[in-house]
Ligand binder design. Structure first.
Ligand code: AHR
Length: 508
């Protein structure tokens, strides 16, 4: 691999407050950025599945394939979604997969106890989800029911979707119209077992995990199961410690972690009308991801020094109060969310050795969605655009970044690093550099020192106000634009990075 030495100097736009930040990137990168960190999550919650993905086979108004919206499939294909987690979330530990197979008019209904108590008619089930993943080109990640299910139930689900044929469950699948197995690789063994999954203690769950994992069989050669243990909530390091200590390494391929950017659980604030102070608090939580993955990884290192087990951040994103009259956990998506996406993905890149899957919560109409729908209308959010600009990093080798002389976003006595960066190099030798400036007011001049010659092109996501968003009346208000605000001089490139902007540069 070619060596690149990149130095990035950031200057405050205002000379009197000029700050210079240097980011050195050593390009002898070892770790490939797993595309699965660009994963998503879809739960039976609010309008994520019903109305978001699925509008029913009989729908004559909204174009669909087998009931799944064509516009959503196309948008997710374009985004290069690598993996999609389903059916929850908290819903997963109430879900009995057999309710969602067979003739739709004969499926039993259940109460969705976590998300408003509405009647779930199970019209969207295993076949719908797995066929949809094929249409999108994403690997499915099924979250099994440990909290209220049975070992046999999960073992049977694995057999139903993965056994080639000639077994009770595979014959049932064939009877239900699907001859070939889907070969599902990624399996969650419960969700949030410390909370909605059963309020368990880690020691109890670790034993339960061992029991469930024992009966999950690899039925096909093509998909060795990748079993993911329900992981810690944010700062619960003891949870990770106990799982790593009590579950033998050969029985586990991934340990999860959940972290949302929330101002205050009892008062999360508006999705679109927020103060600078609230914005600062959201950024504090988003940047916490750095410390969280560092510390959970350090615990994993003790038990798995070869880093065979992945840290899977299978729920992350911003969480605000649901606007009145909206479906459960619906929220708009502003430039604040673009900042969360940009810095979080940079953190995941920079921890590519251990963080090998992540799933943004959630894909459509719920929390930090990449897509919003309103009947036949659909729009792409700023978060969608950041993920699309960034997907050039998928499968590239991460180039470690060292930032010094940081510029800060100050809020009273508190301050946060304003600049976030990550870089990677593709197999063909191109470099991609992602830069985020979360500062709410200051633009900055950024000087890159590159040890690589080549043509530089760029894209930027920015807007007039931090609170701006794409609405159904103006769905393309915020879209990536060509970025030309840089000058190359020798091996230095000076870049003008506006306040609250995300920039991706490509060096070819
Ligand atoms: O994403 C919404 C909910 O947040 C999920 O169902 C749960 O796992 C988490 O608490």
């Amino acid at each position: 691999m070619k060596k690149i030495l990149l130095t990035l100097c950031v200057f405050g736009a205002i000379l009197s407050t000029q700050a210079q930040t240097t980011v050195a990137i050593n390009s002898s990168g070892e770790h490939v950025i797993n595309p699965n960190i660009y994963g998503h999550f879809a739960e039976h919650l609010g309008r994520c599945i019903y109305g978001g993905f699925y509008v029913g086979e009989d729908n004559q108004v909204i174009p669909n394939v087998a009931g799944v919206r064509t516009d959503v499939i196309e948008a997710l294909k374009d985004l290069k979604v690598p993996v999609l987690r389903w059916p929850g979330g908290c819903f997963a530990d109430t879900y009995h997969w057999m309710d969602g197979i067979g003739p739709k008019d004969q499926r039993p209904s259940i109460v969705n106890q976590w998300w408003g108590g509405y009647i779930e008619d199970n019209s969207y089930g295993t076949h719908d989800f797995l066929n949809m993943c094929e249409a999108i080109g994403a690997e499915p990640y099924l979250a099994g029911n440990v909290g209220s299910g049975l070992v046999k139930e999960l073992a049977d689900w694995v057999q139903y979707v993965n056994h080639p044929g000639g077994s009770p469950m595979s014959d049932l699948r064939i009877e239900n119209g699907r001859k070939d197995p889907w070969n599902v690789k990624y399996w969650g063994v419960g969700n949030e077992m410390w909370g909605c999954g059963g309020n368990m203690k880690p020691e109890f769950y670790a034993n339960l995990y061992r029991q469930y994992a024992t009966f999950m069989t690899d039925w096909s050669n093509s998909s060795r199961l990748f079993r993911i243990a329900s992981g810690a909530n944010e700062w619960d390091f003891n949870w990770t410690e106990v799982l790593m200590r009590d579950i033998p390494n050969h029985m586990i391929e991934g340990v999860a972690l959940h972290n949302y950017a929330v101002i205050e659980w009892s008062d999360k604030g508006s999705d679109t009308e927020f103060t600078t102070d609230q914005y600062f608090q959201t950024m504090v939580d988003a940047i916490d991801m750095e410390e969280l993955v560092t510390r959970h990884s350090a615990i994993m290192d003790k038990y798995d020094p070869e880093k065979k087990i992945a840290l899977v951040v299978d729920e992350w994103g911003g969480w605000y109060d649901t606007p009145k009259g909206q479906s459960a956990l619906y929220q708009q998506n502003t430039m604040r969310d673009a900042m969360i996406a940009g810095i979080t993905l940079n953190i995941f890149h920079n921890h590519a050795d251990r963080v090998r899957m992540a799933n943004l919560a959630q894909t459509v109409n719920v929390l930090q969605a990449v897509i919003l729908t309103d009947e036949e209308k659909m729009l792409l959010t700023p978060t969608y655009h950041v993920m699309k600009m960034y997907n050039v990093h998928q499968s590239a080798t991460m180039l470690p970044v060292e930032i010094s002389d940081m510029l800060y976003f100050e809020n009273g006595e508190d301050k946060l690093p304003a600049i976030s960066a990550s870089a990677s190099q593709t197999e063909s030798g191109e470099a991609n550099i992602s830069l985020v400036n979360i500062h709410p007011e200051k633009s900055h001049e950024v000087t890159l020192e590159l040890g690589l010659n080549g043509k530089i092109t760029g894209q930027i996501l920015s807007s007039g106000k931090l609170q701006d968003y794409n609405s159904f009346d103006n769905p393309t208000k915020i879209t990536p634009k060509e970025f030309k605000e840089f000058k190359k001089k020798g091996n230095k490139v000076t870049v003008k990075l506006p306040a609250y902007s995300v920039v991706v540069l490509n060096v070819k």
